[in-house]
Write a new protein. Structure first.
Length: 152
């Protein structure tokens, strides 16, 4: 449902919940709308805000009953991000996942390009960044810190 493209990821406002792959399904039956979402991490703190935003938006557009179901299986994966979503992350200053599927993300971190200057001369500051789904990196060329969206 295109209407839900208006709902941004609360932690990354340049991409919608659909673009992130959080929005999994929408079922409409007369004035009832059932929406299925999947968190990027099982304990993602943004899921409550996302569900509230979905309910408010759909009710403001005439749905009398809105049900939001959160499902954990199949688990969300960075594979659900499109290339255009990855580009939006990069433009926002977040390095997107380096690979669609990865086995050892620590190996992958040695080849992360800086989203600001493009250099791959980067280092890990912390495997834990501003949110559970990101690591904190530093570019050794432009000296800027940046988030890296972990592949999973």
């Amino acid at each position: 449902m295109e209407l839900l493209d208006q709902i941004p990821d609360p932690e990354i406002p340049v991409v919608s919940i659909r673009e992130m792959g959080i929005l999994r399904d929408v079922q409409i039956n007369e004035k009832t709308c059932t929406v299925t979402i999947t968190p990027t991490y099982t304990a993602c703190p943004a899921m409550g805000a996302i569900a509230d935003d979905i309910k408010a938006l759909l009710k403001s557009h005439g749905f009398t009953k809105v049900v939001v179901n959160t499902v954990l299986s199949p688990a969300w994966t960075t594979d659900w991000m499109s290339e255009s979503t990855r580009q939006k992350l990069r433009s926002f200053g977040i390095a997107p996942p380096a690979h669609k599927a990865c086995d050892q993300w620590t190996t992958e971190l040695t080849r992360i390009n800086c989203p600001r200057c493009g250099s791959n001369n980067t280092s890990v500051i912390s495997k834990f960044g501003s949110t559970a789904c990101k690591s904190l990196m530093r570019c050794e060329e432009c000296k800027e810190p940046f988030d890296y969206f972990k592949c999973h």
